[in-house]
Ligand binder design. Structure first.
Ligand SMILES: Nc1ncnc2c1ncn2[C@@H]1O[C@H](COP(=O)(O)OP(=O)(O)OP(=O)(O)O)[C@@H](O)[C@H]1O
Length: 195
């Protein structure tokens, strides 16, 4: 039976970057694309980072009982939702998956698929460095959303509190200071079944 390697970390800890690079190096890993109502950022593509959908599309999946977990963020631009939808993408009988989520979604995925199927991969970066990376990334956007960036930075402190990490039994941390090193550690742990 397959496993779902579930990547988590605060905003700008490098999840998306590491995720893409790991998938490139381990093409045998599949992924499940999430749904979101947030607007596309520059360089993103529908169906790649997310399925970018309207609010009522997500509501229709909800009515069909297909939403495994969803989170809503009250952003300075309105409510943005992110959801994992059981739309038939995951075939855990035959494949391993790599996904990105939050601590809360990790908890729901664990209840839905079972503890033995979901493996947490928690990415960590020192706060000052992370904020600098967030700012640099935001500056490159055509319409930088600095207020939202700050809101997320603060919200993450609570969402990823030590208490929450402990409660969910997440002890292993992958420090993303040197990206190559961090990627190597994760890949080795997946490849050699240390997780
Ligand atoms: N080890 C690293 N050293 C320097 N910069 C990095 C490193 N890892 C990632 N970055 C850069 O930091 C920024 C944030 O990374 P990324 O977008 O992957 O984070 P994220 O965790 O997916 O953030 P979010 O949850 O906000 O989408 C990007 O511009 C990325 O290129």
């Amino acid at each position: 039976m397959g496993k779902i390697y579930y990547m988590m970390g605060k905003s700008s800890s490098g999840k998306d970057t590491l995720f893409r690079e790991i998938l490139e190096e381990m093409p045998q890993l599949k992924t499940v694309t999430l749904y979101t109502t947030r607007p596309m950022r520059e360089g993103e593509q529908d169906g790649v980072e997310y399925f970018f959908v309207a609010e009522d599309t997500l509501q229709s999946y909800e009515k069909q009982g297909k939403v495994i977990e969803q989170r809503a963020y009250e952003t300075v631009h309105g409510i943005w939702r992110y959801a994992t939808v059981d739309d038939g993408q995951a075939d855990l009988k035959h494949e391993d998956y790599l996904m990105i989520g939050t601590l809360e979604s990790y908890e729901k995925m664990r209840s839905y698929y079972g503890e033995e199927r979901i493996v947490p991969i928690y990415i960590e970066v020192e706060d000052g460095e992370r904020l600098m990376r967030a700012l640099k990334r935001e500056r490159q956007q055509e319409t930088p959303r600095y207020a939202e960036m700050c809101r997320r930075f603060l919200a993450d402190t609570q969402d990823f509190s030590e208490q929450n990490l402990q409660r969910l039994g997440i002890t292993r941390r992958y420090v993303n200071q040197d990206k190559q090193q961090c990627r190597k550690e994760i890949i080795e742990d997946i490849r050699y079944g240390k997780l």
